[in-house]
Ligand binder design. Structure first.
Ligand code: HEM
Length: 504
């Protein structure tokens, strides 16, 4: 080999090793971070965190003397925490930022359009700026007076969706499609815009774009955000299409000077640009749609074969109707239209417990935070273990929701566990994560509970009986189990249907 070739080989090796170090290097954990879990692969770290999350957490916790452990997910250093002391720190410490944690660990919002002046785009790297903007807008949209104003339309939407089921000749529905779509329409109307909520074709397209964005956060795109992956192209394309849908509506309003009476108009009036609007809508759909849509369908499934809870829920619905519209000559579904918002929000305690235990079971996956301070945050009082500055933190909600020391027979759907005589969720200071705990309570809880109560009450009013079935309407007794390794509430892997009998 002559000296020129040798120099070229060394040059190439130098470039490759620099590229390797640049692309794959990751910060080392300090000595006082929890011990590294052996549940890991060389270079990429703990891929199991993505493929079998709950199994991974259980194994890693079992390996650790304190329950806490360190691991890498690609380039990210993460501290996994478990147990009462660590979860208190996770939920209460001001230095642990919510938006920064989720932004990286969920793959971030898609870039809908590059606009240099947009302070909320991914490029700007100001997640906390976006988070403050997002929460401020959402809180204004979901205030009590807004929910009250939106109630008649919500009831109308619910009835229109259920009328479609009545017209269905088979009397069989997949609730993870029909009820999920109903929730999507509610959400679109409540956090975005009437034009889309009123147009079934565009609404369906938006749901498809949302599901594409949701489905393209793959382990590799999260672990190495710089990798040029096909899933990123799909994600960006879906984001761009959503952008175009909203741009058309906004441009149309500007051109015709016809104002809408909806949250989109409120965003336009605040001077928000379309990029911010679409980023807001995608964020709000992620916060609300999966949890609400999946749980609404699951509660119906749990009730469908349940001879104890279904009659009790029906009694509750009838007694609310009796209170606000005692005219028994009217159909129950018509009497419910007279129920005021205050009753929708407060007078369905049994439905609330049914929903609560569904949420407990469906809420698999981890909550995330990031230490955005320039110092270490102690995980325990003795300060022997810390969360390093810049590290991410993951806490699996199974630590409480699937914990047999807190919940008796945790695999079972059992709303009675929340009755005052059992109050299993109150055994610990932080025993139920369903609506968030500590510094980040769910901002959509009032709206989510309202839509659940409306869906459940009207479903019971429209249909005298309903049972689990297959696609042909043949009775099924087994509810598909929830996959605890899911990262969030998800549709079941096996198809399941509900067969219903329309009330006379
Ligand atoms: C059944 C439905 C829902 C469930 C089970 C649920 C659950 C939760 C949970 C557990 C958290 C805390 C997460 C954490 O601390 O890491 C949370 C936060 C949040 N939720 Fe919900 N949620 C639901 C519906 C909604 C809806 C419909 C919206 C809005 C449209 C919404 C908006 C939010 C927001 C913005 C936050 C973050 C609050 C913050 O930044 O402090 N949620 N939710």
């Amino acid at each position: 080999m002559d000296s020129t070739t040798l120099a070229a080989v060394f040059g190439l090796l130098a470039v490759l090793s620099s590229a390797y170090i640049y692309l794959f290097s990751r910060p080392a954990f300090p000595r006082n971070a929890p011990a590294l879990t052996p549940e890991a692969f060389p270079i990429i770290g703990s891929l199991q965190f993505f493929t079998k999350r709950w199994d991974f957490f259980q194994k890693a916790t079992a390996h650790s003397s304190t329950g806490n452990f360190s691991f890498y997910a690609g380039q990210y250093p993460i501290i996994g925490v478990a147990g009462p002391e660590a979860r208190k720190v996770f939920l209460e410490n001001k230095g642990l930022a919510f938006a920064e944690g989720y932004a990286a660990m969920l793959g971030g919002s898609p870039k809908v359009k590059k606009e240099a002046h947009n302070p909320f785009s991914e490029d700007a790297g100001q997640e906390s700026g976006f988070s403050a903007y997002f929460n401020k807008r959402l809180v204004n949209m979901l205030k009590g007076n807004q929910l009250k104003k939106g109630l008649p339309q919500l009831l109308q939407d619910a009835r229109a969706s259920l009328d479609k089921l009545v017209a269905e000749p088979t009397n069989v529905t997949d609730p993870f499609d029909s009820i999920y779509r109903m929730v999507f329409q509610f959400t679109m109307r409540t956090i975005a815009c009437n034009d889309i909520a009123d147009d079934p074709t565009t609404l369906s397209k938006c749901l498809q774009y949302f599901e594409t964005i949701d489905g393209t956060a793959t382990p590799w795109s999260i672990m190495y955000p710089w990798m040029p992956l096909w899933s990123k192209v799909q994600r960006t394309t879906a984001g761009a299409k959503l952008y175009m849908v909203f741009k058309r509506v906004v441009d149309g309003r500007k051109k015709t000077s016809i104002r809408g009476d909806d949250p989109l108009q409120y965003l336009i009036d605040q001077g928000d640009d379309i990029t911010s609007i679409v980023t807001f809508v995608v964020g709000a759909l992620f916060a609300g749609q999966l949890n609400s849509g999946i749980n609404a369908a699951y509660v119906l499934m749990y009730l469908a074969n349940n001879s104890y809870w279904l009659p009790r829920v029906r009694e509750e619905v009838i007694s609310v109707a009796d209170r606000y519209c005692p005219d028994e000559s009217m159909a129950l579904k018509d009497r419910l239209v007279r129920v005021p918002i205050e009753a929708w929000e407060n007078e369905f305690p049994l439905v609330d417990m049914c929903l609560k235990d569904s949420i407990r079971l469906q809420m698999s996956g981890t909550a995330f935070r990031k230490n955005v301070t320039d110092h270490e945050i102690p995980i325990n009082k003795s300060g022997t273990e810390v969360i390093p500055s810049g590290a991410y933190v993951a806490w699996h909600v199974g630590d409480i929701h699937y914990n047999p020391e807190i919940y008796t027979n945790p695999d079972e759907w059992d709303p009675a566990r929340y009755m005052p005589d059992r109050a299993e969720d109150k055994k610990e200071q932080y025993g139920f994560m369903g609506w968030g705990l500590g510094r980040h309570p769910c901002l959509g809880m009032r709206f989510a509970k309202l839509e659940m109560n409306v869906i459940l009450a009207f479903f019971v009013a429209y249909f005298d009986t309903f049972t689990l079935s297959d696609a042909q309407g043949r009775e099924v007794t087994r509810i598909p189990p929830t996959n605890r390794n899911n990262h969030t509430a998800r549709k079941p892997e096996e198809k399941i249907y509900i067969k219903y009998k329309v009330a006379a």
